[in-house]
Design a protein around this ligand. Structure first.
Ligand SMILES: N[C@@H](CCC(=O)N[C@@H](CS)C(=O)NCC(=O)O)C(=O)O
Length: 285
């Protein structure tokens, strides 16, 4: 079967194109990414938030080049190449890291100098706050993200209806919105954290569900949330803050390009690992 994805065209455009170009020079810390990939955007947001010197390398992860598989046997982006000290005399080797959540935590910890890299994205002062962040990150990864793919890959021949998928997705989003703190737009209120980073790429991609799926995402408009009005108002506050966040804007290509790239998800024809797992009812890679 044709795998559409290996011919996926393009590279970063718009603001993300500018950021990629500004980070195209050789640097030992390398982010291997694909412009369309939300998991990559997580890592890229952290690099941008903390202003971490790095090189951005655009690759097509569906093409499984041997050099890429040597770095990441799972063959997925994001993949990070990290300069690691080996032996004495300042000798360094490039070692790989992968999995977006692991990469984001690594970057936050490895670039911890708050004077230079700004506030930590996982609150370092309080173990309970950190655990609460991880709980919410788990909710995003194990519930919201898989439901997003079930939603966007829904086609009329599925055993379940679009209304069922929509209700499931909105339920998970509502749980998230109920957990949002007060005193500011973010999960931790005033303080931006890794929780906000983890959901931002899919929040930004919700417009694709509106574009492709009949009935759209289904988040009630202002004043139409009934008993849930307050929780959806809180969601909107978070969403607007995310859309306006510099690091999120800087890592975003032109909207039209996403519409083109996600057609294969909307028609459920893509052979990406995420899409195949979704189709087979398995957990995501
Ligand atoms: N669990 C991984 C998922 C990464 C992932 O699925 N990346 C996609 C692009 S959005 C990929 O590299 N796909 C290649 C393929 O499906 O063959 C993470 O969090 O980093």
């Amino acid at each position: 079967m044709a795998t559409v994805d290996t011919s996926l065209e393009g590279e970063t455009s718009g603001a993300a194109g500018e950021l990629a170009a500004a980070h195209s020079a050789e640097h030992p810390l390398k982010l291997y990414g694909g412009w369309f990939c939300p998991f990559v955007q997580r890592a890229w947001i952290v690099l941008a938030e903390k202003n971490i010197p790095h090189q951005y390398v655009e690759i097509n992860p569906y093409k499984k080049a041997p050099e890429f598989l040597a770095l990441n046997p799972r063959g997925l982006v994001p993949t990070l190449a990290v300069p690691v000290s080996v032996g004495g005399e300042g000798k360094k080797d490039l070692k790989p890291l992968y999995e977006s959540t692991v990469i984001c935590e690594y970057l936050d910890e490895a670039f911890a100098d708050t004077g230079r890299f700004g506030p930590r994205l996982l609150p370092e002062e309080d173990a309970y706050d950190r655990a609460r962040c991880r709980l919410c990150i788990d909710h995003i990864g194990s519930r919201i993200v898989p439901a997003f793919y079930r939603f966007i890959q829904h086609t009329p021949d599925k055993a379940y209806s679009i209304d069922e998928v929509r209700a499931e997705f909105l339920g998970h989003l509502k749980t998230f919105a109920n957990e949002l703190g007060s005193g500011g737009p973010w999960f931790l209120g005033e303080r931006f954290s890794l929780v906000d980073v983890m959901l931002a790429p899919w929040a930004k991609r919700l417009f694709l569900v509106d574009h492709y799926k009949s009935g759209g995402v289904g988040i009630p408009a202002e004043g139409e949330g009934g008993d849930d009005e307050a929780v959806w108002a809180r969601w909107r506050q978070w969403f607007e803050a995310i859309a306006a966040r510099k690091s999120v804007k800087e890592t975003w290509s032109n909207d039209d390009q996403y519409i083109g790239a996600y057609k294969r998800y909307a028609e459920d024809t893509t052979q990406s690992e995420v899409a195949k797992a979704t189709r087979q009812g398995k957990s995501l890679p």
